[in-house]
Design a protein around this ligand. Sequence first.
Ligand SMILES: [Zn+2]
Length: 252
Amino acid sequence: MDTMQNPLLDSEAIRQAKIELAATCRWASRLGFQSGVCNHFSVAVPGRPDLMLINPEGYFWSEVTVSSLVLATHDGTIISTNGHTVELTAFCIHAPIHRILPQATAALHTHMHHATAICTRKEGRIAHTYLSGMSFYNSIAYDDGFNGAAVTPAEGERLAGVIGKATVLMMMNHGPLVIGSTLGEALLRLIYLEDTCKIQLLAEAGGAELKHIPPAIVATYPDDSPMFKAYGRTFMKAIIRKLTREEPDFLS
Ligand SMILES: [Zn+2]
């Protein structure tokens, strides 16, 4: 495949997507969201939704650089020439989600502890109790059909079906996955999700009754609001600005 010579793939838009994906990995690492060298973040290639960028197999998020990211098709063909590979379950989860859900420009999956703790509860559900969760309270899908590790594309296709129009997927006995129209938006959603789950667990730990936000108030915070999308863009700019100063090698 000669796509590495395709001018489209050398565009400034793709360079920016790589910078944002590497920055997303670095920032999530700072937050302690990674488990070992597992868990994956991916983004659809601007102008080429049939392709995705994803973090390389076997590397900590704290090591990810622009040039180490893997460019691949949805059927698992690796196009990038940097020698890196993609872990099997990453393909099986992320590729079908990008292929089936056009709104999933970005897909972030972690086993971050507090959101995953909710996923390990019987009928684990996120309580509608905290301001920062209001942006996604009406956009959460729950997958109660745990099938073990995702080692076939069919499992990713099933998960995409469960997500539907949601932006947060809580995979029972596994962990969360969020999607977004940009990496900044998705990462902000991921952070708010972890905060919300942590606060819920802390609040429940003492046995106190939770104070639920009325549905009418929750409804005033749609998940796809221009304000939230703007937050995502501002957040990504801030991350890149700080990483450029403190970890400039991520740009290499
Ligand atoms: Zn996982």
